[in-house]
Design a binder for this molecule. Structure first.
Ligand code: AVJ
Ligand code: FE
Length: 376
């Protein structure tokens, strides 16, 4: 482990514990959204997972994991039952400090301990990435907690004339996926793929453009929607992005990057079905994930890195996929009911930012920081 990777782990642990600061216990225990766990659970989970892989799997020490696995392995504890079982914030602070000290003891021994998971720094990279991903999820929780409190009020105008710029990507053969030690199993094996020529928008769809879709009846025109999406839209009464709230003369829109005016900022808080309906409305389509990757690698895209972008692709294994280091990361989600988002958001940590990274969610998830980019 290099000095910089060691200090990065410390920073990620610190950022995770800092989620406990300045929030009352009720907020830390609250399940702010049916798909999200309490902040307090995420903090315990990330330290537990570091300890599980290092202490139990590499060194065979189960003393801590046996006591806590029933709470912190997601498959052993249903989301809505987590809140009441969690320790209080002060106890969580103490426990995570103790677990971190134990982990440091094992990391110090790892250099002299041959183990497949430790080769080429694999486990350290994996653990850092796990902290990084949960930090973004914790920011999703914070966004849900804040929605009620202190959102930005924006009055949006629909643009009269939407000019949709296009960048042409010529047909070519490219490498898709990642071969690096930090790549997840679903990015491997890296392989060649032919990309047909296509056009892509240089940036994601803005809030103002989304308002135009709403004013043109986008949520009410069945012909723009997939049948499944239409059923869901009707049952759940989906009429605007999840992070928008109607107010007297406009919309309250939660957005955490004050450098971009709210009208120009990319829309987020939309699911895959909504992204597809918008694309149809605009006479376009969503990019397939390999097209997205081709465009990102050819450096033709502006403004990536503000919101994740829904792709037209169901989450599927690449040819020759092998689950690693455990079945649960990717395999259960190759179920045809998860779709790929690519890119990153303003809340994404560096460990997760690479052109080959694949995120995946059900088509109805809209509490994530995901928006839409058009392709033709
Ligand atoms: C890939 C973001 C969907 O948050 O459930 C974290 C990542 N896997 N711990 C998730 C993950 C295990 C995963 N996503
Ligand atoms: Fe996790």
């Amino acid at each position: 482990m290099t000095e910089s990777s060691a200090s990065r782990l410390l920073a990620l642990r610190c950022a995770s514990q800092a989620m406990l600061d300045g929030r009352d216990e009720a907020a830390l225990r609250r399940q702010s959204h049916p798909e999200l766990s309490p902040l307090l659970w995420h903090v315990g989970h990330v330290f537990f997972v570091e300890h599980y892989w290092l202490a139990e799997r590499v060194f065979g020490d189960r003393s801590v994991t046996d006591r806590w696995r029933g709470l912190y392995f997601p498959e052993e504890c249903q989301k809505h039952t987590r809140s009441i079982r969690l320790p209080d914030p002060a106890a969580m602070r103490t426990w995570t400090d103790q677990v971190a000290a134990l982990n440091d003891h094992y990391w110090a021994r790892a250099a002299q301990h041959p183990h497949a998971l430790l080769e080429r720094g694999y486990l350290h990279a994996f653990i850092c990435q796990h902290y990084a991903q949960h930090l973004e999820t914790m920011r999703l929780v914070v966004a849900q907690l804040d929605l009620a409190d202190d959102p930005t009020v924006a009055t949006l105008d629909t643009p009269d004339d939407v000019r949709r710029e296009r960048v042409h990507i010529p047909g070519h053969t490219m490498q898709i996926g990642s071969a690096g030690i930090d790549a997840y199993d679903n990015e491997k094996p890296a392989h060649e793929r032919t990309v047909e020529a296509f056009d892509v928008a240089p940036g994601p769809v803005s809030n103002a453009e989304w308002l135009g879709f709403m004013r043109d009846g986008g949520y009410d025109r069945h012909e723009l929607w997939d049948d499944d999406g239409w059923r869901w839209r009707c049952l759940d009464r989906v009429e605007h992005p999840q992070h928008w709230r109607p107010v007297d003369d406009g919309w309250q829109i939660a957005w955490h990057d004050s450098r971009t005016p709210i009208a120009e900022a990319p829309v987020h808080g939309i699911g895959w079905y909504e992204a597809r309906a918008f694309a149809r409305y605009a006479g376009a389509r969503l990019p397939a994930e390999h097209e997205w990757e081709a465009a990102a690698r050819s450096e033709h895209l502006n403004a990536t890195g503000q919101v994740w972008e829904w792709c037209d692709s169901a989450f599927k294994p690449y040819p020759g996929f092998t689950a690693f280091p455990y079945d649960g990361y990717s395999k259960p989600w190759f179920d045809g009911h998860h779709y790929v988002t690519r890119g990153s958001s303003v809340h994404t940590e560096t460990e997760v930012k690479r052109p080959g990274f694949r995120n995946f969610y059900p088509p109805t998830h809209r509490h994530i920081f995901a928006g839409v980019r058009l392709a033709w």
